[in-house]
Design a binder for this molecule. Structure first.
Ligand SMILES: Nc1ncnc2c1ncn2[C@@H]1O[C@H](COP(=O)(O)OP(=O)(O)O)[C@@H](O)[C@H]1O
Ligand SMILES: [Mg+2]
Length: 290
Protein backbone atom coordinates (compact mmCIF):
# COMPACT_ATOMS: atom_id res chain seq x y z
CA UNK A 1 0.00 0.00 0.00
CA UNK A 2 2.86 2.40 0.80
CA UNK A 3 1.76 5.58 2.46
CA UNK A 4 -0.49 6.55 -0.41
CA UNK A 5 -3.23 8.81 0.98
CA UNK A 6 -6.57 7.31 0.09
CA UNK A 7 -9.31 9.57 1.30
CA UNK A 8 -12.05 6.97 0.93
CA UNK A 9 -10.79 3.99 2.86
CA UNK A 10 -13.88 1.97 1.93
CA UNK A 11 -15.87 2.16 -1.30
CA UNK A 12 -18.95 0.04 -1.86
CA UNK A 13 -20.73 0.25 -5.21
CA UNK A 14 -23.91 -1.48 -6.37
CA UNK A 15 -23.21 -4.35 -3.97
CA UNK A 16 -25.56 -7.34 -3.94
CA UNK A 17 -25.20 -10.71 -2.26
CA UNK A 18 -27.32 -13.70 -1.31
CA UNK A 19 -26.73 -16.86 0.70
CA UNK A 20 -29.48 -18.63 -1.25
CA UNK A 21 -31.32 -18.12 -4.53
CA UNK A 22 -33.51 -15.50 -2.88
CA UNK A 23 -32.03 -11.99 -3.30
CA UNK A 24 -30.93 -10.56 0.04
CA UNK A 25 -28.34 -7.75 0.20
CA UNK A 26 -28.92 -5.44 -2.74
CA UNK A 27 -27.95 -2.06 -4.16
CA UNK A 28 -25.61 -1.05 -1.35
CA UNK A 29 -23.60 2.10 -2.05
CA UNK A 30 -21.47 4.06 0.39
CA UNK A 31 -17.97 5.38 1.05
CA UNK A 32 -16.15 5.64 4.34
CA UNK A 33 -13.53 8.35 4.80
CA UNK A 34 -10.24 7.90 6.61
CA UNK A 35 -10.61 8.40 10.37
CA UNK A 36 -14.38 8.01 10.37
CA UNK A 37 -16.52 5.80 12.63
CA UNK A 38 -19.19 4.46 10.30
CA UNK A 39 -22.14 2.50 11.68
CA UNK A 40 -24.45 -0.14 10.23
CA UNK A 41 -27.62 0.24 12.27
CA UNK A 42 -30.50 -2.19 11.88
CA UNK A 43 -32.54 -4.90 13.58
CA UNK A 44 -31.35 -8.47 14.02
CA UNK A 45 -31.22 -10.31 10.68
CA UNK A 46 -30.95 -7.08 8.64
CA UNK A 47 -27.67 -8.17 7.06
CA UNK A 48 -25.17 -6.06 9.04
CA UNK A 49 -22.79 -8.91 9.86
CA UNK A 50 -23.13 -10.21 6.30
CA UNK A 51 -22.02 -6.82 4.98
CA UNK A 52 -19.03 -6.94 7.32
CA UNK A 53 -18.23 -10.45 6.11
CA UNK A 54 -18.23 -9.19 2.52
CA UNK A 55 -15.99 -6.25 3.39
CA UNK A 56 -13.57 -8.44 5.32
CA UNK A 57 -13.28 -10.98 2.51
CA UNK A 58 -15.22 -13.83 4.15
CA UNK A 59 -18.08 -13.82 1.60
CA UNK A 60 -16.72 -13.46 -1.91
CA UNK A 61 -19.64 -14.45 -4.15
CA UNK A 62 -21.07 -10.93 -4.32
CA UNK A 63 -21.78 -8.77 -7.33
CA UNK A 64 -20.84 -5.12 -7.62
CA UNK A 65 -17.81 -3.81 -5.81
CA UNK A 66 -16.54 -3.65 -2.22
CA UNK A 67 -13.08 -2.15 -1.85
CA UNK A 68 -10.88 -1.39 1.13
CA UNK A 69 -7.83 0.81 0.50
CA UNK A 70 -8.52 0.39 -3.20
CA UNK A 71 -8.41 -3.44 -3.13
CA UNK A 72 -11.45 -5.47 -4.17
CA UNK A 73 -12.59 -7.72 -1.33
CA UNK A 74 -12.54 -10.94 -3.33
CA UNK A 75 -8.89 -10.27 -4.20
CA UNK A 76 -7.50 -9.82 -0.70
CA UNK A 77 -4.23 -11.67 -0.16
CA UNK A 78 -2.88 -12.78 3.22
CA UNK A 79 -0.67 -9.68 3.20
CA UNK A 80 -3.76 -7.49 2.83
CA UNK A 81 -5.04 -8.66 6.21
CA UNK A 82 -2.24 -6.68 7.86
CA UNK A 83 -4.46 -3.66 7.13
CA UNK A 84 -7.64 -4.80 8.84
CA UNK A 85 -8.60 -5.95 12.32
CA UNK A 86 -11.86 -7.74 13.01
CA UNK A 87 -13.63 -8.07 16.36
CA UNK A 88 -16.31 -10.66 15.67
CA UNK A 89 -19.53 -10.60 17.66
CA UNK A 90 -18.59 -13.82 19.46
CA UNK A 91 -15.07 -13.91 20.93
CA UNK A 92 -12.73 -16.30 19.12
CA UNK A 93 -10.01 -17.06 21.64
CA UNK A 94 -8.11 -20.14 22.82
CA UNK A 95 -9.74 -20.95 26.16
CA UNK A 96 -6.87 -23.12 27.39
CA UNK A 97 -4.27 -20.42 26.78
CA UNK A 98 -3.73 -17.36 28.95
CA UNK A 99 -4.65 -13.88 27.70
CA UNK A 100 -0.98 -13.13 27.05
CA UNK A 101 -0.45 -16.44 25.20
CA UNK A 102 -3.48 -15.73 23.02
CA UNK A 103 -2.17 -12.28 22.11
CA UNK A 104 1.35 -13.62 21.47
CA UNK A 105 -0.06 -16.30 19.17
CA UNK A 106 -2.21 -13.89 17.15
CA UNK A 107 0.67 -11.39 16.98
CA UNK A 108 2.86 -14.13 15.45
CA UNK A 109 0.50 -14.37 12.46
CA UNK A 110 1.38 -10.86 11.27
CA UNK A 111 4.41 -9.25 9.67
CA UNK A 112 3.48 -5.73 10.86
CA UNK A 113 5.31 -4.59 13.96
CA UNK A 114 2.82 -5.57 16.66
CA UNK A 115 1.67 -3.54 19.62
CA UNK A 116 3.01 -3.98 23.12
CA UNK A 117 0.99 -6.74 24.80
CA UNK A 118 1.27 -5.34 28.35
CA UNK A 119 0.13 -1.91 27.16
CA UNK A 120 -2.83 -3.39 25.34
CA UNK A 121 -3.82 -5.48 28.37
CA UNK A 122 -3.48 -2.41 30.58
CA UNK A 123 -5.64 -0.29 28.25
CA UNK A 124 -8.59 -2.63 28.85
CA UNK A 125 -7.95 -3.24 32.56
CA UNK A 126 -6.64 -6.80 32.05
CA UNK A 127 -2.98 -6.37 32.96
CA UNK A 128 -3.42 -8.18 36.28
CA UNK A 129 -5.21 -11.04 34.47
CA UNK A 130 -2.71 -11.51 31.63
CA UNK A 131 -1.47 -14.85 32.92
CA UNK A 132 -4.90 -16.32 33.63
CA UNK A 133 -6.46 -18.85 31.28
CA UNK A 134 -9.21 -17.40 29.12
CA UNK A 135 -11.63 -20.13 30.26
CA UNK A 136 -11.65 -18.40 33.66
CA UNK A 137 -12.53 -15.00 32.15
CA UNK A 138 -15.98 -13.40 32.47
CA UNK A 139 -17.90 -12.45 29.32
CA UNK A 140 -16.87 -8.79 29.70
CA UNK A 141 -13.20 -9.76 30.07
CA UNK A 142 -13.38 -11.97 26.95
CA UNK A 143 -14.97 -9.13 24.99
CA UNK A 144 -12.20 -6.74 26.01
CA UNK A 145 -9.52 -9.31 25.17
CA UNK A 146 -11.15 -10.04 21.80
CA UNK A 147 -11.15 -6.30 21.10
CA UNK A 148 -7.41 -5.88 21.75
CA UNK A 149 -6.77 -9.03 19.73
CA UNK A 150 -8.18 -7.09 16.75
CA UNK A 151 -5.68 -4.26 17.49
CA UNK A 152 -2.57 -6.40 17.97
CA UNK A 153 -1.16 -5.78 14.45
CA UNK A 154 -2.06 -2.08 14.54
CA UNK A 155 -4.40 -2.25 11.52
CA UNK A 156 -5.59 0.86 9.65
CA UNK A 157 -9.20 -0.31 9.49
CA UNK A 158 -11.18 -1.89 12.31
CA UNK A 159 -14.41 -3.90 12.01
CA UNK A 160 -16.36 -4.24 15.24
CA UNK A 161 -19.46 -6.43 15.21
CA UNK A 162 -21.91 -5.44 17.99
CA UNK A 163 -19.04 -4.32 20.25
CA UNK A 164 -21.19 -3.60 23.32
CA UNK A 165 -23.68 -6.43 22.93
CA UNK A 166 -24.10 -8.43 26.12
CA UNK A 167 -21.89 -6.10 28.18
CA UNK A 168 -23.10 -4.53 31.42
CA UNK A 169 -23.39 -0.71 31.32
CA UNK A 170 -19.98 -0.24 32.93
CA UNK A 171 -18.16 -2.50 30.47
CA UNK A 172 -20.16 -1.04 27.57
CA UNK A 173 -18.95 2.42 28.59
CA UNK A 174 -15.33 1.21 28.78
CA UNK A 175 -15.69 -0.34 25.32
CA UNK A 176 -17.08 2.90 23.86
CA UNK A 177 -14.17 4.92 25.29
CA UNK A 178 -11.69 2.42 23.82
CA UNK A 179 -13.33 2.70 20.40
CA UNK A 180 -13.17 6.50 20.48
CA UNK A 181 -9.51 6.33 21.57
CA UNK A 182 -8.70 4.19 18.49
CA UNK A 183 -10.55 6.66 16.26
CA UNK A 184 -8.48 9.45 17.79
CA UNK A 185 -5.36 7.55 16.72
CA UNK A 186 -6.58 7.85 13.12
CA UNK A 187 -8.14 4.42 12.57
CA UNK A 188 -11.12 4.04 10.31
CA UNK A 189 -13.79 2.04 12.14
CA UNK A 190 -16.87 0.17 10.98
CA UNK A 191 -19.35 -0.79 13.67
CA UNK A 192 -22.45 -2.91 13.35
CA UNK A 193 -25.08 -2.37 16.01
CA UNK A 194 -28.77 -2.64 16.76
CA UNK A 195 -28.26 -0.21 19.64
CA UNK A 196 -29.29 3.32 18.72
CA UNK A 197 -27.55 4.76 21.77
CA UNK A 198 -24.20 3.36 20.63
CA UNK A 199 -24.80 4.59 17.10
CA UNK A 200 -25.67 8.08 18.37
CA UNK A 201 -22.68 8.30 20.72
CA UNK A 202 -20.01 6.71 18.55
CA UNK A 203 -20.72 7.10 14.87
CA UNK A 204 -19.80 10.00 12.61
CA UNK A 205 -22.24 8.63 10.04
CA UNK A 206 -24.80 5.86 10.17
CA UNK A 207 -26.48 3.79 7.48
CA UNK A 208 -29.91 2.33 8.31
CA UNK A 209 -30.18 -1.27 7.09
CA UNK A 210 -33.37 -3.32 6.94
CA UNK A 211 -33.90 -6.60 5.02
CA UNK A 212 -30.55 -6.31 3.27
CA UNK A 213 -31.34 -2.83 1.96
CA UNK A 214 -29.90 0.59 2.73
CA UNK A 215 -32.73 2.83 3.84
CA UNK A 216 -30.93 6.07 4.75
CA UNK A 217 -27.45 7.44 5.39
CA UNK A 218 -26.52 10.53 7.43
CA UNK A 219 -24.89 11.79 10.61
CA UNK A 220 -26.79 10.92 13.81
CA UNK A 221 -27.25 14.65 14.45
CA UNK A 222 -28.73 15.34 11.02
CA UNK A 223 -31.08 12.39 11.36
CA UNK A 224 -32.29 13.67 14.70
CA UNK A 225 -32.50 17.34 13.78
CA UNK A 226 -34.05 16.89 10.36
CA UNK A 227 -36.95 14.74 11.50
CA UNK A 228 -39.60 15.63 14.02
CA UNK A 229 -39.40 18.80 16.07
CA UNK A 230 -38.18 19.16 19.63
CA UNK A 231 -41.15 19.39 21.99
CA UNK A 232 -41.37 21.07 25.36
CA UNK A 233 -43.55 19.35 27.96
CA UNK A 234 -44.60 21.00 31.18
CA UNK A 235 -46.82 20.41 34.18
CA UNK A 236 -48.69 23.03 36.19
CA UNK A 237 -51.30 23.27 38.93
CA UNK A 238 -54.89 24.14 38.18
CA UNK A 239 -57.59 23.98 40.88
CA UNK A 240 -55.19 22.01 43.04
CA UNK A 241 -54.80 19.33 40.34
CA UNK A 242 -51.62 18.74 38.30
CA UNK A 243 -52.15 19.30 34.56
CA UNK A 244 -49.86 18.71 31.57
CA UNK A 245 -49.15 20.85 28.56
CA UNK A 246 -46.88 20.58 25.52
CA UNK A 247 -45.68 22.91 22.82
CA UNK A 248 -43.01 22.98 20.13
CA UNK A 249 -39.68 24.42 21.24
CA UNK A 250 -39.93 26.94 18.41
CA UNK A 251 -43.27 28.18 19.78
CA UNK A 252 -42.38 28.53 23.46
CA UNK A 253 -42.38 32.34 23.17
CA UNK A 254 -45.81 32.51 21.55
CA UNK A 255 -47.73 29.87 23.53
CA UNK A 256 -50.25 31.99 25.51
CA UNK A 257 -50.96 29.34 28.17
CA UNK A 258 -47.28 28.73 28.83
CA UNK A 259 -46.60 32.50 28.98
CA UNK A 260 -49.43 33.00 31.49
CA UNK A 261 -48.30 30.03 33.64
CA UNK A 262 -44.73 31.37 33.73
CA UNK A 263 -45.99 34.87 34.68
CA UNK A 264 -48.15 33.36 37.43
CA UNK A 265 -45.31 31.10 38.59
CA UNK A 266 -47.48 27.98 38.29
CA UNK A 267 -45.11 25.70 36.34
CA UNK A 268 -44.16 22.65 38.42
CA UNK A 269 -41.90 20.94 35.85
CA UNK A 270 -40.65 21.57 32.34
CA UNK A 271 -38.45 19.59 29.96
CA UNK A 272 -37.65 19.32 26.28
CA UNK A 273 -37.38 16.09 24.34
CA UNK A 274 -35.66 15.63 21.00
CA UNK A 275 -36.62 12.70 18.82
CA UNK A 276 -34.15 9.82 19.27
CA UNK A 277 -32.39 7.92 16.50
CA UNK A 278 -34.85 5.15 17.32
CA UNK A 279 -37.84 7.40 16.52
CA UNK A 280 -36.19 8.45 13.27
CA UNK A 281 -35.36 4.85 12.39
CA UNK A 282 -38.98 3.79 12.83
CA UNK A 283 -40.24 6.80 10.91
CA UNK A 284 -37.90 6.24 7.95
CA UNK A 285 -37.90 2.45 7.72
CA UNK A 286 -41.14 1.33 9.36
CA UNK A 287 -39.03 -1.27 11.22
CA UNK A 288 -38.05 -1.57 14.86
CA UNK A 289 -34.49 -1.81 16.10
CA UNK A 290 -34.47 -5.13 17.91
N1 LIG B 1 -23.99 -18.57 6.47
C1 LIG B 1 -25.27 -18.31 6.25
N2 LIG B 1 -26.04 -19.04 5.42
C2 LIG B 1 -27.33 -18.75 5.18
N3 LIG B 1 -27.98 -17.70 5.72
C3 LIG B 1 -27.28 -16.92 6.56
C4 LIG B 1 -25.90 -17.16 6.88
N4 LIG B 1 -25.47 -16.22 7.74
C5 LIG B 1 -26.53 -15.39 7.95
N5 LIG B 1 -27.61 -15.81 7.24
C6 LIG B 1 -28.92 -15.16 7.22
O1 LIG B 1 -28.77 -13.86 6.67
C7 LIG B 1 -29.60 -12.95 7.35
C8 LIG B 1 -28.80 -11.78 7.87
O2 LIG B 1 -27.92 -12.20 8.86
P1 LIG B 1 -26.85 -11.21 9.50
O3 LIG B 1 -26.04 -10.59 8.43
O4 LIG B 1 -26.13 -12.01 10.54
O5 LIG B 1 -27.79 -10.09 10.16
P2 LIG B 1 -27.48 -9.05 11.32
O6 LIG B 1 -26.02 -9.04 11.58
O7 LIG B 1 -28.01 -7.76 10.79
O8 LIG B 1 -28.26 -9.51 12.51
C9 LIG B 1 -30.31 -13.72 8.45
O9 LIG B 1 -31.59 -14.04 7.99
C10 LIG B 1 -29.45 -14.94 8.62
O10 LIG B 1 -30.21 -16.04 9.04
MG1 LIG C 1 -24.98 -9.45 13.32
Amino acid sequence: MGDLMIENVIEVKDLSFSYTKVPFISDINFRVREGEIFGFLGPSGAGKSTLQKILTGLCTSYSGSAKILGVESRQYTNAFYENIGVDFEFPSLYEKLTARENLRFFASLYKNPTRDISELLDSVGLLAHGDKKVKDFSKGMKSRLNFIKALIHDPKVLFLDEPTSGLDPNNAQIMKELILAERDKGKTIIITTHNMQDATELCDRVVFIVDGQMKALDTPRNFIMSRGATRVRYTYTENQAECEGATLLTEVGSDPLLQRLIAENRITSIHSSEPTLNDVFIELTGARLC
